[in-house]
Design a protein around this ligand. Structure first.
Ligand SMILES: [Zn+2]
Length: 210
């Protein structure tokens, strides 16, 4: 797949996946158009990855600040961590695409998912707080791979627990965003009706007019 990396200021309309992990997969747009036009990757730096994670509420603010400090101190390590996060992201797209089209997920994809998921599990601690056991991130955590790990954690703990037939890919051309359909009717086809849905309607209309 050919991909162009472009700077993008993330905003609310970029979060339509129903879970932050799917929104992370959607930081690339147009994977379906790879043959004719490159896909667009919106994560142009580790700082951008952090900005995305903040808007996605993936990690507590204190952890994000610790990661930002770490990334500034170790720019090369941050660059490599970003490349690894993108590898995971593409594997997750393969996984979701396989589920959406009713095919088996590749073993190496599941192995990579497991690797990051266990890393996130290890980043947590169990604490007795006011009569109950709380699961939370360890305070000492400034692992540059933590964002990728938490994305994998969310895929395993949230997304894959949803009925597979509720996992969808937008039917709009040059999109291929993925989401969980939580609508009552279970007939959501588009990432966003305003973006891909209306474009499809306009195309149908002009086809009829011709
Ligand atoms: Zn779409």
């Amino acid at each position: 797949m050919r991909t162009t990396v472009i700077a993008h200021g993330f905003a609310a309309p970029d979060f339509i996946g129903g879970d932050a992990a799917l929104d992370f997969v959607n930081t690339v747009t147009g994977r379906d158009q790879a043959a004719t036009e490159p896909a667009r990757d919106w994560v142009d730096s580790y700082a951008r990855l952090l900005a995305w994670a903040r808007l996605a509420h993936l990690l507590p603010e204190s952890t994000l600040r610790a990661l930002a400090t770490q990334a500034k101190r170790r720019p090369r390590a941050a660059k490599l961590a970003l490349a690894r996060a993108k590898d995971l992201r593409e594997s997750l797209f393969v996984l979701v695409h396989a589920l959406v089209t009713g095919r088996a997920a590749p073993m190496k994809t599941l192995a990579l998912l497991r690797k990051y998921w266990t890393r996130a599990v290890n980043a947590h601690e169990l604490k007795y707080v006011a009569g109950r056991i709380a699961l939370r991130l360890r305070h000492d955590n400034a692992d540059l791979d933590l964002i990728a790990a938490m994305v994998a954690y969310r895929i395993v703990e949230q997304v894959l627990r949803a009925p597979p037939e509720r996992l969808r890919m937008c039917q709009g051309p040059n999109c291929a965003w993925v989401f969980v359909d939580t609508s009552k009717s279970g007939r959501r086809c588009w990432c966003d009706m305003k973006v891909c849905g209306n474009a499809a309607k306009a195309r149908r209309f002009s086809a009829r007019a011709r």
